[in-house]
Structure formats: structure tokens, C-alpha cells
Design a protein around this ligand. Structure first.
Ligand code: F6P
Length: 325
């Protein structure tokens, strides 16, 4: 087994609060282990273009509390092609890098797995996405902060909805998954939660809205994940007006959910996973993700992290229906 001396760290895909805390953990653990550590600037695009910067303990001072990623991130078009990935692998070879830690979501893991299989690059993934939709870890870096942010905004919407006796449709992030919608929906007391994992028709929704007013509710809240099959908040509101003459107001929380200072939970998770990722690389592991399940560290093949689907909590789906009526 080749000794690991020089490693690199990259943030890729959509940013998530806690990425900075994770970079800090990777950098300081690496230095503690006697390794030289480089940061790749600008995600996979930076890797393709050779944007590497040496990092020291002081390079990561005063970032643990900051949202975003100081290394910057991107969704790189060139990385979707083998030629781009070859250039990335060449960059790592030129800089004599023995292993790379990729902090990101499933798109980033696809890329990491590809350069590992195609060019023998040693990679370890750390799950960081506000969507929480990665198999093999109970929670991803950024999720806890994002649901806190979304809930704070939903509480504010509730105040105005109640004052005006209005129905609000609130759209949260989640292109393919409803983790954010389900948890902020239940915590925010939503009457209905629309997620890509379950099918609700416009007819169902129309009927439900009418039962809420019959049950004496004067204001109500529907939380919808942006990727729901019924549509986004605007199209749902339009369809409800056209089909059932139901008036509603729309609020799209959008990218506010991606920013902000990470919560203690996210900083703790980021610190833990960063540490274990470096140790895994030093131990010769590759093409795996370090995750956190049942309060302990897990090592999952990268391929499994998207080939297996992390399910929504079925119990929670049942509970919210009982509580919301
Ligand atoms: O992957 C996280 C995520 O926040 C998704 O929920 C959302 O659809 C997407 O990123 C939007 O990302 P961007 O605007 O950066 O393309």
C-alpha cells in the first residue's frame, strides 16, 4: 500500500452550512497526522483547471461559524465528461496528491466514484447537502441548519397567515426528496406536506383544503418540496384557483435555506466526519463515504450512496396527518 503523504480537500455541488467546519476539521486532522494538505478552489472546475492552494492550520482559522464554503464550489460541466475527469486526475498526479476528500452531495459522489474507477484516484466522500438525501448516513452536513432556517421562516408566515385568515403554500428545497419538507412541515404545524416520495393529486388537495375550513381552521399552511410531482408552489396555487376557486398565497424559501451560520449539530457532524475521512484515507480506504448512523461512524461504498434510496420516515408521515387535523 502506497503511503499517504499529500492529500487534497474539495467542496462540490450546492453549498451547505457546515462545509467550512468540515474543511477545518480535515485540514487540522491532516496536519496532526503529519500530512501535507491542499485545498481545491472552485469545486471540480477548479480541480480540472489545477486551482490548488496549500492550507495550514491558520488558513482555516475563524471559519467554523461561517455558512457557505471558503474554498468555493461549482457544478462543473466538464466533469460530466471523461476528458474533463482525465484532466482532473492529471492535475492530482502533477501535484503528487495521494488522496482527495470530497465534501458534497450525490452529484459530487458520482464524480468522485468516476475518477476513482477510471483513473485510480483515491477518494473519500463526506456527505454535505441540505437535502439530506444520501443513503448511508442518518444526517448530512447542512441539513440541521437548513431545517432551522426554513422553520424560522415558516413560523413568520404562520403569523401573517393567521392574522389574515389565509392559506399559504410554502415551497422548500428538495429536488428529488422530501426530507426538508416533511420535517419542517411537521414542526411548523403544516396542514399538508407534499413530497416527491408520495403521490397526492390536485383533487385530493382541493378536498383537503375544504375539510380544513369545515373543521374550523381559519388559516392553513401547505409545505411543498420543490420537486413534488404535483408541481411547484406557484403552479399548485394557480391550479387550485382555476379548478376549485381556492385563493392562496405563495412563498418560495429558495436559497435562504442554503445560507447562514451552521448549528451546533452541523458543526459537530462536520468536525467528526472530517476527522474520520482523513483517517480513512491514511488507512488506505478509497471510493467510500464516511457517514454517521446510529451514533457511530460508517463507511459506505460511494456507489451505494445513490444506488440505494434513503427512505423518508414512514412513522413521521403517519404522525403528521394525525396531528395536522
Ligand atoms: O442540492 C441541494 C439543492 O439545494 C437542491 O435542493 C436544489 O434543488 C438545488 O440545490 C439548487 O441548486 P442550485 O441553485 O445551486 O443549482
Amino acid at each position: 500500500m502506497k503511503t499517504v503523504n499529500k492529500i487534497a480537500v474539495i467542496t462540490s455541488g450546492g453549498d451547505a452550512p457546515g462545509m467550512n467546519a468540515c474543511i477545518r476539521s480535515v485540514v487540522r486532522t491532516a496536519i496532526n497526522e503529519g500530512l501535507t494538505i491542499f485545498g481545491i478552489s472552485g469545486g471540480y472546475k477548479g480541480l480540472v483547471e489545477g486551482e490548488l492552494i496549500p492550507l495550514s492550520r491558520r488558513s482555516v482559522s475563524n471559519i467554523i461559524q461561517k455558512g457557505g464554503t471558503f474554498l468555493k464550489t461549482s457544478r462543473s460541466e466538464s466533469f460530466y465528461h471523461k476528458s474533463g475527469r482525465r484532466r482532473a486526475a492529471d492535475t492530482l498526479k502533477e501535484w503528487d496528491i495521494d488522496g482527495t476528500i470530497v465534501i458534497g452531495g450525490d452529484g459530487s459522489f458520482h464524480g468522485a466514484h468516476a475518477i476513482s474507477v477510471e483513473f485510480g484516484v483515491k477518494v473519500i466522500g463526506i456527505p454535505a447537502t441540505i437535502d439530506n438525501d444520501i443513503y448511508g448516513t442518518d444526517i448530512t452536513i447542512g441539513y440541521d441548519t437548513a431545517i432551522g432556517t426554513a422553520l424560522d421562516l415558516i413560523d413568520k408566515i404562520r403569523d401573517t397567515a393567521a392574522s389574515h385568515d389565509r392559506l399559504f403554500i410554502v415551497e422548500v428545497m428538495g429536488r428529488q426528496s422530501g426530507f426538508i419538507a416533511l420535517e419542517v412541515g411537521i414542526c411548523g404545524g403544516a396542514e399538508e406536506i407534499l413530497v416527491p416520495e408520495t403521490k397526492v393529486t390536485m383533487e385530493d388537495l382541493g378536498k383537503m383544503v375544504k375539510t380544513w375550513s369545515r373543521a374550523g381552521k381559519t388559516s392553513s399552511l401547505v409545505v411543498v418540496a420543490e420537486g413534488d410531482e404535483l408541481g411547484n408552489a406557484h403552479s399548485i396555487a394557480q391550479a387550485m384557483k382555476e379548478k376549485y376557486n381556492i385563493d392562496s398565497h405563495v412563498c418560495v424559501l429558495g436559497h435562504t435555506q442554503r445560507g447562514g451560520s451552521p448549528t451546533a449539530t452541523d458543526r459537530l457532524l462536520a468536525s467528526r466526519l472530517g476527522y474520520y475521512a482523513v483517517i480513512a484515507l491514511k488507512d488506505g480506504k478509497s471510493d467510500i463515504m464516511v457517514g454517521w448512523q446510529n451514533n457511530s461512524i460508517t463507511y459506505i461504498p460511494l456507489l451505494e450512496t445513490w444506488e440505494k434510496k434513503k427512505p423518508l420516515d414512514a412513522e413521521l408521515m403517519k404522525i403528521y396527518r394525525i396531528l395536522s387535523t
